[in-house]
Design a protein around this ligand. Sequence first.
Ligand code: DX5
Ligand code: ZN
Length: 219
Amino acid sequence: MTSFKIAPSILSADYANFESELKKLEATGAEYAHIDIMDGHFVPNISFGAGVVASMRPHSKLVFDCHLMVSNPEHHIEEFARAGADIISIHAEATPHIHGALQKIRAAGVKPSVVINPGTPVEAVKNVLNLVDQVLVMTVNPGFGGQAFLPETMDKIRELVVLREVNQLNFDIEVDGGIDDKTIGIAKEAGANVFVAGSYVFKGDVNHQVQTLRDALHD
Ligand code: DX5
Ligand code: ZN
């Protein structure tokens, strides 16, 4: 049986109150806290760094799913591992050393995850699928919350499902960007099982919003 996981993104939370925002998320039964790290270089925005992650760590038991939207992520892995990341996602587009960088994440005792942007084919990560615990298929171009879901990315999820089966691999498939109570079902049907949602979760009562996502998965 596939296990579905909801991963609210704190990019849309109140940055002055991360402790209470995390507590609210934990009370919803969400499995992960998705933490978006942006460097103003790989993506235009700057969000927050490892220091913020380390400060949040003692206040939450949620799985910290750290999505590094940074150039040359291999230079920052130990830092995020020390800060308390449980999963580190790095972009195939962000480094010429994706294979070594994923190995570095595993060696740091963290679950490695590889990310592809909407314009990047599955082919780009085919040779590292055996190294990862998760593949993150971006369903928007990274950098901002609140963008519209790109349905054309669903074919890549279907491709990954086939590759996982044929090669007897074992990784989760995560989607990130434009996930709401409608699009979550589309991503589930394609084969995704981890669902990031930022603006949808924080635009209303967090508990209610997470439950509507959960309900949509079981429709
Ligand atoms: C986008 C980030 C996302 C973002 C999603 O670059 O990687 O995690 O928080 O936001 P929504 O759910 O609003 O599209
Ligand atoms: Zn993200």
